[in-house]
Design a binder for this molecule. Structure first.
Ligand code: NDP
Length: 256
């Protein structure tokens, strides 16, 4: 089994849940420069991430990114670019997301707008702002074909974005804004993969499984550790063949 060997990575929503675990596991020999994005690096929700960064100051850099705020995304890219060398950014993980518990009848216009801002428009703007550095990484790499070691965008998606899985779930469906936004994120994956193929940047959506985090809750069967081990294993094996695809943390192809 191949091991992921990206030189540099940016993870959004890295202060807790799956984002924090992704940073922890990238630290285990997969990356030597990790930009851990979070919206409040000095706040109480970022304490574990600050501890991690203090333990590994030459590898982990905390970067303020509120993905719902275009200016903050731009400023973060300026900061990261000043710290990246000519070898660019190998890996971008769009992980940050929100899940308001609303149904079709209870979701307000603001719920929909806020969810789209964070879950779809945010990742789109992060991709755009970081594109020069992903392109630089692809150019600097001597590897043939697409891979996460070279230049890649991983959008963390969900099974509740799937048009064929959602009808099998309970009604009234409580994840209305979330599911619609994540279906939009999946289309962002497809369109980005098409558009960025000639830049040799890979783009996929990955469903992490149902995981014990603040979002997933206590009843979830998977720990963050198990889910992220799977995600990194899947990422290590991605090639041109999976570009623009949707799979879960075990590598199983997900139905759109
Ligand atoms: P959590 O709710 O535990 O964590 C969400 C993270 O996103 C936090 O770090 C939060 O930061 C961050 N975030 C939210 N809004 C913003 C914003 N505007 N700017 C920057 N960061 C933001 O979720 P999980 O760790 O469980 O989820 C991670 C990803 O996995 C998400 O994309 C989610 O949709 C997906 N997923 C999770 C599943 C699960 O079972 N847990 C199942 C399927 C998919 P802050 O602390 O500032 O709020």
């Amino acid at each position: 089994m191949a091991t992921l060997k990206s030189c540099s990575a940016l993870v959004t929503g890295a202060n807790r849940g799956l984002g924090l675990e992704i940073v922890k596991q990238l630290l285990e020999g997969h990356c030597f420069k990790i930009f851990a994005g979070c919206r409040d690096p000095d706040g109480p929700n970022s304490e574990s991430l600050r501890e991690l960064a203090n333990k590994h100051p030459s590898i982990v850099t905390l970067v303020r990114i509120d993905v719902a705020d275009p200016r903050s995304i731009k400023e973060s890219a300026e900061k990261v670019s000043s710290l990246l060398g000519n070898s660019g950014l190998n890996l971008l993980v769009n992980n940050a997301a929100v899940l308001p518990q609303k149904s079709m009848l209870t979701a307000t216009v603001k719920d929909m707008q806020d969810t789209f801002n964070t879950n779809v428009i945010g990742p789109m703007l992060v991709i755009r702002e970081y594109l020069p550095y992903l392109r630089a990484a692809a150019k600097a790499s001597a590897k043939a074909g697409l891979s996460c070691d070279k230049a890649a965008i991983v959008n963390i998606s969900t099974d509740s974005a799937s048009m064929s899985i959602v009808p099998t779930m309970q009604a009234p469906f409580p994840l209305f804004p979330y599911s619609i936004s994540k279906a939009g994120l999946n289309m962002l994956t497809v369109c980005s993969a098409m558009e960025l193929k000639e830049d040799e940047i890979l783009c996929v959506s990955i469903h992490p499984g149902w995981v014990k985090t603040d979002m997933g809750g206590d009843k979830a069967p998977l720990t963050s550790r198990e889910s992220v081990e799977g995600i990194l294993r899947v990422m290590s094996g991605l090639t041109d063949k999976q570009n623009g695809g949707f799979m879960d943390y075990t590598g199983k192809i997900m139905p759109w």
